[in-house]
Design a protein. Sequence first.
Length: 149
Amino acid sequence: MALLQEGAKAPAFKGINEKGESIKLGDYKGKKLVLYFYPKDSTPGCTAEACDLRDNYHRFQAEGYEILGVSPDSPKSHVKFIEKYELPFSLLADEDHSIAESFGAWGEKSMYGKKYMGILRSTFVIDEKGKIEKVIEKVDTKAHTKQLL
């Protein structure tokens, strides 16, 4: 499945965050949301991306954006990742990858010639009405904020 495109309605998702709370798209109605999909907690690229967003969190807040990360990791893994890097935003555990699939962010990847299914690192900016206003397919993990703001 291809990534959802700009102008499309964001799928109504629901997941569990690091605190065990149920989070859904409707919780962000009337707010702008940066929803980013990443492969794995505490790996070099994912850490660089999360820390870039953390370091610029005040800029996102000033522009009226909330940030929400999504990966197949467990809530317990997310707690460690958030604590270690002092992340000011929530992370959703998408262990069955249903949220990623609904956005087209789950697909075939290749490493060292081996093909496997996994998260396709991507980011969706969702407006106050639940429409996708921006899609970033080629995420620069070290300068993701620059791609977004």
